[in-house]
Design a protein around this ligand. Structure first.
Ligand code: SF4
Ligand code: SF4
Length: 367
């Protein structure tokens, strides 16, 4: 059973040998990523250092473990290490030492001891009520029952990866298990989604850092994604964008255009309709990202990315309606009024169950 600590995050990081300078560098990076002004770095650092080490229960349902891999495979001590080593991870199928009854007892104990205060991170979708009896169970309990039992007393729920956020691969047609996203099942808790297949680790740790420092979630879009990481399209920040604007496109993976680094739109790049931070934060500690490696963006952080539009075909219809997506001349099948109504209803639902984001004015008043 994990030892529970009442240390603050600051005390814990000191024990781990993290210097004040590293911690402040981390806070500066986090505030920048979260689009907070540099003047707020001291407030952010102080709030984060004073935060209590939170209990986290990580539930894995219909998933491939790629989200956990993404988080644990980051190199060198970085933001992810600093924050995630400081969490009290009470339950995680892949990472915990306990198994069988001891593992389930740890989950129930964490719930009982941290009522109203613990975080639940979920990766994977939940099979529907009409799937085969006994499909995807843990310790004899259905994913659905475990989810509802665990989130009942949680402070906040974080749906990590596109399977948890939108159903992902398990929900791809014909969706044999009736896979459902977490937002469809958890209605009465603050909920944030961090989609991606897998998601960028920094987006996970940035959201956790924001929650620990300010006690609430950052500002979210209509899919409950944090705007700080999903507020701009891949296309808006892509270094190949000047070629798109000039109409210079690669037509094959090894043609002259590909060799010259031209735009990958005609090879099926979904960057124009995909909201994620890959183009700015990149992967593997900022080394590169798919488009830089010559592969089109597949739109993995958007709903229905496995089914909508197919892969390696030029996008002709907006597949999703991100915050800045323009309904261009090619948009078909969706009446503007119906879209506006659906988004308004979704926003109203979000407003009902999400604490208001912390405002810059509020933070400045704390200084
Ligand atoms: S490669 Fe993709 S994201 Fe980059 S400019 Fe072309 S279409 Fe946009
Ligand atoms: S470039 Fe596109 S498909 Fe690739 S990880 Fe980023 S959002 Fe997903």
């Amino acid at each position: 059973m994990p030892q529970r600590s009442h240390s603050t995050l600051g005390e814990l990081l000191v024990k781990q040998g993290v210097s004040r300078r590293s911690f402040l560098r981390f806070c500066a990076a986090a505030t920048s990523l979260l689009a907070l002004p540099p003047s707020l770095v001291p407030v952010f650092a102080e709030s984060l250092a004073k935060a209590r080490r939170p209990s986290v229960i990580w539930l894995s349902f219909q998933e491939c473990t790629g989200c956990t891999e993404s988080l644990t495979r980051s190199h060198a001590p970085n933001l992810e290490d600093l924050i995630l080593n400081a969490l009290s991870l009470e339950y995680h199928h892949t990472l915990q030492a306990a198994s069988g009854e001891a593992a389930e007892a740890a989950r129930l104990q964490a719930i009982a001891e941290n009522k109203g205060q613990y975080l639940v991170i979920v990766d994977g979708s939940v099979p529907g009520p009409n799937s085969e009896p006994g499909y995807s169970t843990i310790a004899g309990h259905s994913n659905y029952d475990i989810l509802l039992e665990t989130v009942d007393q949680a402070a906040v729920v974080i749906a990590v990866g596109s399977c948890a956020a939108f159903g992902g691969l398990p929900a791809a047609e014909p969706n044999p298990t009736g896979a459902r996203p977490i937002m469809e099942l958890v209605k009465d808790k603050p909920l944030v989604t961090i989609p991606g297949c897998p998601p960028i680790p920094m987006a996970i740790s940035g959201v956790v850092a924001h929650y620990l420092a300010f006690g609430r979630l950052p500002e979210l879009d209509q899919y409950l994604r944090p705007l700080a990481f999903y507020g701009q399209s891949i296309h808006d920040r892509c270094y190949r964008r000047p070629f798109y604007d000039k109409g210079l496109f690669a037509e094959g993976f090894d043609d002259e255009g590909a060799k010259r680094g031209w735009c990958l739109y005609r090879l099926g790049c979904k960057g124009p309709i995909t909201y994620n931070a890959c183009a700015t934060m990149k992967w593997n500690d900022g080394t590169s990202w798919p488009v830089e490696a010559g592969h089109p963006c597949l739109g993995c952080s958007e709903p229905r990315f496995w089914d909508a539009g197919g892969f390696y075909r030029a996008v002709s219809v907006p597949l999703t309606l991100g915050p800045n997506t323009l309904l261009g001349a090619g948009a078909v099948g969706i009446a503007a009024g119906a879209v506006a109504g659906a988004l308004a209803r979704r926003r109203a639902r979000i407003a009902e169950r999400t604490l208001p984001p912390v405002s810059i004015e509020e933070l400045e008043a704390k200084q």
